[in-house]
Design a protein around this ligand. Structure first.
Ligand SMILES: *[C@@H]1O[C@H](CO)[C@@H](O)[C@H](O)[C@H]1NC(C)=O
Ligand SMILES: *[C@@H]1O[C@H](CO)[C@@H](O)[C@H](O)[C@H]1NC(C)=O
Ligand SMILES: *[C@@H]1O[C@H](CO)[C@@H](O)[C@H](O)[C@H]1NC(C)=O
Ligand SMILES: *[C@@H]1O[C@H](CO)[C@@H](O)[C@H](O)[C@H]1NC(C)=O
Ligand SMILES: *[C@@H]1O[C@H](CO)[C@@H](O)[C@H](O)[C@H]1NC(C)=O
Length: 848
């Protein structure tokens, strides 16, 4: 035993010594974050990625969600969780040492039946550099690693994720790790004109390719700097001309000044040489081709190690980039003071002006009349160089300034200096000029609507209001209704104290919602679209037309609008008690009684029933959720945020296949078939019912996995007949168990897998009214008798529950509430059938 221990110890210390000879690099800054994860992940390279909570970074995000998948085709667990942002989000780091830092962003675009991250489009900036501009995964479903090497000079370092409009940003893991100072030194060779290039240390880089030429994959476990070196085979122009050579890694020596930090031994221990170099007198090049963005310059680092020569001064060769001589007559044994198998590297800068289509690297024999005709390459790194406005993607800088040609930095300084002077003199004029300098399609390139789902966008979100669907636009023109009241901009300025930040009662992607007071002291909610909004004026007007047509006691009504000075402002009735959600959880408001909750659900159901059946075509809300059910001063429920959609699929040949909705509320069938019917609203309303009774969010990522999704979780309990175990504790004891049972049944039917199996809103409404009657009878019975046996009384006494058919058969009678409507669009549907037919038609048209 003792001998074994000694042996082990010897082995261990031997390997320690071997390592310490290369003085392993200990990064002063080492942030490894497994975004959205609930616990840290240990990789097989030994590194530990911590959760956001454990790591010392700071995340600032207004609307975000944590998501995860069980498994995926990924190399490490860090890809299985993500954080999704609907608005800008910033990770801030306090760095301890300036200089080179790796910034690695890991993306894995997983999808489930609620969202598809491969459709997300977003930009990523640091405080100084643009890393990704309008980035998306382009249908790619594989994981992606973006690696940057930034010379960070400010101890406050931040990474900002910016989703494009109607889209979202996501990130699975982040690394911010110090790199050695001498990893990139100031000097390199220019490709042409041949000469010295200096200033490399002030630029920043993105790794485009890093190859272990002639060898296998070397991953972060085999590279102390966490780099990955991929095999080169797929980039070879002709595999037949290339031959791999490999030696034992221990053969590779590092001359003075070089360490494995430049590249590990396993990279130098393999190479590609010219095939058949020893047979004929070969006269050809070995060529690798790479894709590259011609708008940028590149730093190309060649790694050589002569593992093929038998004797010194036997190998002379040339290296070309894009057909131009990069290194002529390279004699490694001369460069390395007569050593074979020693590591050597050379940096070449390619000016953007020399870039054509991609980068091509060639090696071939020298014309010098000595030695073998052969050429080798062991490793290759192609790094994109930041442009004059510190961007590594696109031509605009963090501040919106536009890049000028070349890669020098001096020019940038001059341009910025000039712009600042100009700005100081001309003030706003400079801004206008900057704007005009942008390419014509700038707006287009910056706007995307491909993201599948706007996520839950918070209270009073304007974003969600864009997700509803309107009826056929052409019919608006035949409407006899006006557009509601026209407000002048000045009027609304006065009403909102000039859009005072203190008057903001809601914030969304589309703009802010302000509390306003108009003429007679009437309070109104003023939604102001922001200047960058994509919504065109025509769509805006069309929407106003539709909205002003809808009048119902349980729909929030539009009072008027303003489109002066290309403003896009909508004025709604003010709902003093805000969203239903605030009364259920999270805001510590006085709890609602069961009866109040029922009445609110009934009100919302009436509003939706009217939307579905009350107009000629029927309108599908598309974003039913507890934040879109608002309460007035009497706790009367009104459905809000409907009809603002510019994606109305029937309008002017528009086709909308994009699934819209909110996390946790989305009809799974709608998602699968991309066909919208009124039954999708019914599904979402089922989730609202559960939220009302369980008093928890539709999605709560903080809970254990099986509890995250309210609909799934509650239905599991319902099927066991135990829904009462998870209801809001504040309700326990005050409910008629029969009323609870009926309510749970209604919710369950709404959540049926297939739309055809779900009830109409009319049925739901009817069931809820019955539930309320059961509850009222119960309360009355309780008051009268207070003997706790009232349930039996209720069940046995049809007289107390008038006009109630057998509770177990769903009633399909139409429900009419003429007293609820003050709309001249009087067509309160009285025939369920016609409503269904209309939706069938609607669906067909939307598929055009
Ligand atoms: C980073 O850039 C600054 C100038 O911007 C320079 O002084 C410094 O040496 C650079 N750091 C490294 C590690 O090259
Ligand atoms: C992505 O998929 C869509 C639809 O399948 C297709 O139209 C589009 O061309 C694809 N994009 C790329 C970059 O392959
Ligand atoms: C990487 O490291 C592992 C363990 O340290 C070793 O078994 C493997 O051979 C290495 N791979 C390469 C390509 O060096
Ligand atoms: C190798 O490539 C360079 C640059 O494209 C070219 O000038 C040279 O003639 C090529 N050599 C051979 C032997 O084909
Ligand atoms: C890149 O090329 C352009 C045009 O030839 C030149 O003006 C610029 O100075 C070059 N930049 C560098 C860094 O060599």
């Amino acid at each position: 035993m003792a001998i074994l221990l000694v042996l082990l110890y010897t082995l261990f210390s031997a390997s320690t010594i071997a390592y310490s000879a290369f003085a392993p690099f200990v990064p002063p800054d080492n942030f490894l974050i497994d975004c959205g994860a609930d616990k840290s992940s240990i990789l097989n390279d030994g590194r530990t990625f911590k959760t956001e909570d454990q790591s010392k970074q700071f995340l600032q995000a207004k609307e975000e969600i944590k998501v995860s998948v069980e498994k995926g085709d990924v190399p490490s667990p860090i890809y299985l969780s993500a954080r999704i942002f609907v608005t800008d989000a910033i990770y801030s780091f306090h760095l301890t040492k300036p200089g080179w830092h790796w910034v690695r962003l890991h993306f894995y675009p997983f999808k489930n039946d609620q969202f598809d991250l491969s459709k997300a489009t977003f930009s990523v900036n640091t405080n100084k550099y643009v890393l990704l501009h309008s980035f998306n995964m382009d249908n790619n479903t594989n994981y992606v690693l973006k690696e940057y090497l930034l010379n960070v000079t400010d101890p406050q370092f931040s990474i900002k994720f910016m989703p494009m409009k109607n889209s979202a940003a996501f990130i699975n893991a982040i690394e911010v790790v110090s790199a050695p100072d001498d990893l990139i030194t100031d000097d390199a060779n220019d490709l042409t004109p041949v000469g010295k290039f200096s200033g490399l240390s002030t630029l920043s880089y993105q790794t485009m390719y890093r190859l272990n030429v002639g060898g296998p994959l070397v991953n972060s476990a085999n590279d102390t700097l966490g780099r990955t070196w991929t095999p080169d085979g797929s980039y070879l122009k002709s595999k037949a001309l290339a031959k791999s050579v490999t030696v034992a890694t221990t053969v590779v020596k590092y001359p003075d000044g070089l360490t494995p930090l430049i590249a590990p031994q396993s990279v130098y221990a393999s190479a590609v040489e010219m095939a058949e170099s020893n047979v004929n007198n070969p006269n050809f090049n070995v060529t690798w081709n790479f894709e590259a963005d011609p708008a940028f310059g590149y730093l190309i680092r060649f790694h050589f190690c002569d593992i093929v020569s038998k004797a010194l001064n036997d190998l002379y060769f040339n290296v070309y980039i894009n057909g131009k001589m990069a290194i002529a007559d390279l004699d490694l044994s001369h460069e390395l003071e007569n050593q074979l198998a020693a590591a050597y590297y050379k940096d070449i800068v390619v000016n953007a002006s020399l870039m054509s289509n991609g980068v091509s690297v060639e090696i071939g024999p020298s014309k010098l009349d000595s030695g073998d005709l052969n050429a080798i390459l062991n490793g290759l790194e192609i790094l994109k160089i930041s442009n004059s406005v510190n961007s590594l993607d696109g031509e605009f800088g963090v501040d919106g300034s536009k890049a000028v040609g070349g890669i020098g930095t001096r020019k940038t300084v001059a341009v910025v200096g000039f712009a600042m002077m100009f700005g100081a003199f001309v003030g706003l004029g400079a801004m206008v000029i900057k704007w005009h300098k942008r390419p014509q399609d700038w707006q287009k390139r910056n706007s995307f609507s491909s993201w599948l789902l706007p996520l839950h966008a918070g209270d009073n979100s304007f974003m969600s209001s864009k997700n509803s669907i309107g009826s056929h636009k052409n019919n608006f023109y035949s409407s006899t209704l006006g557009l509601g009241r026209y407000f002048s901009f000045a009027e609304l300025q006065e009403a909102t104290k000039n859009f005072d930040a203190n008057e903001v009662i809601g914030v969304g992607g589309f703009g802010n919602v302000y509390l306003g007071v108009i003429d007679d002291g009437t309070k109104v909610a003023v939604k102001r679209g922001n200047a960058q909004s994509e919504q065109g004026l025509t769509e805006f007007q069309t929407e106003i037309q539709m909205l002003s047509k809808l009048r119902h006691r349980h729909l929030v009504s539009l009072i008027g609008y303003c489109d002066e000075n290309s403003e896009m402002i909508l004025v709604y009735e003010y709902m003093a008690n805000g969203p239903l959600r605030d009364h259920l959880y999270g805001k510590n408001l006085p709890p609602l009684s069961w009866k109040q909750r029922l009445e609110i659900c009934i009100g919302a159901a009436r509003g939706l029933h009217y939307l579905h059946t009350g107009t000629a075509q029927g309108i599908i809300h598309r974003d039913v959720k507890t934040t879109n059910i608002l309460l007035d001063e009497n706790l009367t429920a009104k459905v809000s945020d409907f009809g603002l959609s510019k994606d109305a699929p029937m309008g002017q040949g528009h086709v909308s296949t994009a699934v819209k909705g909110s996390f946790g509320y989305l009809d799974p069938e709608y998602f699968r078939r991309q066909q919208l019917t009124d039954k999708s609203d019914v599904y979402s309303f089922g989730v609202v019912l559960l939220e009302a009774i369980c008093a928890r969010p539709a999605i709560n990522p903080a809970l254990p996995r099986e509890q995250v999704n309210l609909a799934d979780w509650a239905m599991q309990w319902k099927r066991k007949g135990l829904l009462d175990k998870i209801i809001d504790p504040l309700l326990v004891g005050s409910m008629n168990p029969e009323s609870l049972k009926k309510f749970a049944e209604a919710a369950e039917k709404c959540l049926a897998e297939h739309g055809v199996d779900r009830p109409t809103m009319g049925d739901v409404l009817w069931n809820l009214e019955y539930t309320l009657q059961l509850q009222e009878a119960f309360s009355q019975g309780k008051d009268d008798q207070d003997d706790g046996n009232s349930i039996a009384t209720v069940a046995a006494s049809p007289a107390i529950v008038p006009a109630t058919p057998n509770a177990s058969t769903p009633d399909t009678r139409p429900v009419s509430h003429p007293e609820e409507t003050n709309s001249p669009a009087k067509s309160q549907a009285t025939d369920e059938h016609s409503g269904t037919a209309m939706f069938a038609q609607f669906t067909n048209l939307s598929g055009r």
